[in-house]
Ligand binder design. Structure first.
Ligand SMILES: [Zn+2]
Ligand SMILES: [Zn+2]
Length: 267
């Protein structure tokens, strides 16, 4: 069977997000590359199924050597699907929080999506989306505890931000207040990724609702991120945002989280 790979027009480079931080939007999910002072770099998340060639092409355009590691925000299929293939090719480890390991080693599947969570095409198609299990056994390395420096990302702190998934992590560079948030929250309405891709706006939204398992924890995580007063946020879904308004938009999301983020059938 021929593989229907992600087409070039469905991959959009996201340049100059912050010093040494670039991204690539593939269909509706972003991956990021973070360059370190010694010239090494790290890939954050690893995309949808059938997107490895897009990630590979983008990394070749931007780097002359493979990354030092792949670091995962969490284990959902749209963030990890090409991790095994790329890590094998590059001979690099894959870092993820130990609470995500059951979903990354083929031992457990995430809970079924709450497909009544909201309108839009993603919610309608979510029952058919793969939700695991992937098996990255042999490559996985544990991310260190909350508040520690990421071992392969000098200057970046690992922040545990559970709720969307049990071991979801965000990554924060205090030096310039840059925050990689995975799916802790989105900058586009997450139930409508496909529509939003056409006309993205800059309002903040909660985590993708049909896949979020613990809304109380998700709220605490957003509060924790808002308290950092970030200047740059780079999410798994939606545009990276920068500027003085970012922190206040995040505070508004944290304060009004139930209304903005929690779906009616989870309240
Ligand atoms: Zn997710
Ligand atoms: Zn996602």
């Amino acid at each position: 069977m021929d593989k229907v790979e992600v087409a070039e027009q469905d991959a959009l480079p996201l340049d100059a997000i912050a010093p040494g931080v670039i991204g690539l939007r593939i269909v509706f999910v972003n991956v990021f590359a973070v360059t370190h002072p010694d010239g090494s770099w790290t890939l954050i998340d690893a995309g949808l199924p059938l997107s490895a060639h897009r990630i590979r092409q983008w990394t070749r355009e931007n780097f002359t050597s493979p990354p030092n590691a792949i670091v995962l925000t969490h284990g959902h299929f749209d963030h990890v699907s090409e991790a095994g293939e790329l890590a094998g090719e590059w001979s690099v480890p894959i870092y993820a929080h130990p609470a995500e390991w059951p979903y990354l080693t083929g031992r457990e599947e995430y809970p079924s999506p709450n497909w009544k969570a909201g309108g839009g095409s993603m919610s309608l198609m979510s029952p058919t989306l793969p939700k695991g299990p992937v098996d990255l056994t042999g490559r996985l390395q544990p991310l260190p505890p909350d508040g520690s420096e990421c071992p392969v990302m000098p200057g970046w702190t690992v922040l545990q931000t559970p709720g969307h998934t049990p071991g979801h992590c965000s990554f924060y560079r205090a030096e310039d207040k840059t925050l990689l948030v995975g799916d802790a929250f989105c900058t586009t309405r997450p139930e409508s990724f496909f529509q939003a891709a056409l006309a993205q706006h800059t309002e903040l939204h909660g985590p993708p609702s049909y896949f979020t398992s613990d809304w109380a924890a998700a709220k605490v995580s957003v509060r924790k991120l808002a308290a950092l007063e970030p200047r740059v946020v780079a999410p798994g879904h939606g545009k990276p945002l920068t500027g003085p308004d970012v922190a206040s938009a995040l505070h508004r999301l944290a304060e009004d989280f139930e209304r903005i983020a929690v779906p009616d059938n989870e309240k």
